[in-house]
Every structure is written in structure tokens, then in C-alpha cells.
Design a protein around this ligand. Sequence first.
Ligand code: AKB
Length: 344
Amino acid sequence: MSNKTILVTGANGEIGHGLIKHLSECGDIHIIAMDIVPIDEPVKARCHHIVTGDILDAHLLETLSTGHDFDTIYHLAALLSTRAERQPTLAHHVNVDGTLNLLEITITQSRLQGRRIKFIYPSSIAVYGLPDLETKQRSGKIKEDQWLLPRTMYGINKLYNEQLGRYYANFYRQLDAEPPKGQIDFRGIRFPGIISAVTMPTGGTSDFAPEMLHMAAKNMEYKCFVREDARIPFMVMPDAITALLKLQAAPFEKLTQAVYNAGAFNPSALEISQILHKAFPNTKVKFDLDYRRQAIIDSWPADVDDTAARRDWDWKPEFSLDRAFSEYLIPAVQKRYSANSYDS
Ligand code: AKB
């Protein structure tokens, strides 16, 4: 990967931090980073150009597009599931209209450059909607085309954006005399909950796992908003970054679908608390149910079938549940929160 120009939206978010760190270590890549809030200094230092602005500002995006030739766009900016339930109209604007704006500049770029531009999109297990707990327990690993009945605004936005991506890649302006076919190479991953040792997520419903980890490491009691038996798939941030980079690098001809599941492990909330208890004996987790957030978790699959990703672009998580905690999460948070080394 040399002399490429990559645009990352939502650059200051959890995935943005890890992705930009990795991209900046990969060689001669020009990273253009955009976020609605000022980008943190360490991330900024790794980028060639920084834009503080809103993806809803189409004019700003057009100006940005005029000044750069993008090879790939990682569109990470989004309002996550819990936040989106509290502000559904705003979520729809940011998640859908923002994505539409990005797809529009991608089409313009492909026309100007006369080639296909990659659009890498983090979708989510929130696109699924199991009707009840019994069905969830019975259904096992969910395939990409099953239970696409999301019950959250965020899940609806993600599912619709996947369709938008397919449309822009295959059918954009299909009634034109010469439709500009195949100019966007849209590739998506339906991510499970992601756990990072470095950053704390905000606004998600899968946040109970990373919150439990960071609170245990800080020796503080955690009120867990889901039941002990709550179970959804998770992966650690390094694997999420690997997945994005592998999907980006995969040859076009090998991809048999636009959007892929990618799994790693799927512990219950109780199992996570037990692992943490072994590492941090003072861990105090109080299961204090928020039945409305639990209902969202109950509608998400207990596990996903990622056969297609394994076959098409060689997806294989490096971290199993055991390795995730023993080799990455626990040592990293221990280091992070060791005496005087943190401020929150
Ligand atoms: C959320 O909880 O909203 C996200 C997700 C599972 O996409 N982490």
C-alpha cells in the first residue's frame, strides 16, 4: 500500500484511533481524517490533513473532495444504538444522510479519477432483529440473510446504508443512457461489539463489556445494565482493525457479497465478569437491569456465521475469548491504569 490517499470519517472514534495508528505505520499513506469534534493530538500527528466538520455538510465534503484524490474511504462516523434511540431523528440524519453525502463524493471522485474507489463500511450486528429470546437461543449462528428485522433506529440505518452501498456500486443512475456502473467498490463488515483496552466506547448497547473491563481495572464497582445471561458476539479492537484492512485488501473478484459477518467469541455478561474477577479480585459487578437496553441485546444474535468472510477474504480472528483477555485486554488495562497513569 504505497502513495495512497485514504479518507477516514469518524476519525476520533474508537475504530478511527486504531485504524489510523495502523495505517500510519503501513507505509506511504496519506491519511485525511475527519470528525465533528477536534481530533485527539496523537491521532492528529499521524495524519496529513485534518478536517473538523460535519458529514452532513455536503459543501464541506465537496470542497474536501476537490482537493484530494481518494483511493479508499473508511466511513466510520455514526451515532451508535443507545444514543440513536434517544435522538432517532438526529441519528437518521447523521447515519443515513451523512452516508449518502459520502457516497455522493465517492461517485464524483470515481468519475474524476476514472476508476473504482473503495468504500469500506462498518455495519453492525444491530441489523438483525430476533423476535424473542427463545428464537435467539434456538437460532445459533445467524447468516447474513437471516432475521433482517432490526428494532433500533441504528440497526435500521445500518441495514439501509448497506443497501445504499449496493445501489451505488451496481445500479446508480441505472436509467441514464450510459449508466456509470461499478464505480464504487462498496465493502462492509457487520461488526459485533468491539472491546478496546485503549478507548471507552460511548453511546452503544454492547458497551457493557468494555465498561465492565475498564471499571474492574480501575477498581470501581460496575452497574451492569444487562442480565447475567446476556450474550452477543464480541471481538477485540486489534481484530476489528485487521478485519477492515483484510477486507480492503481482498481482490475484487474474490468477493461474493457486499457485506460480511465477522465473529470472534461470544461470552455472556456473567462469563465476562468471572474472567475479570480472576484478574482483578476486587471486581464488583452489580447486575442492575435496564430492561429496555436488555431488549435490544435480546434482539441481537448470540453468534454470527462468518463462513463467507473466512472463505472470501481469509477472515480469522487472532484472539479467542481466552487470548483476548489474557494476552491483550487485561495486560493492557493493567498498564493503562497502573498508579498515576490515568486521569479518568
Ligand atoms: C452498539 O452497541 O451500538 C455498537 C454495535 C454493536 O454496533 N457497538
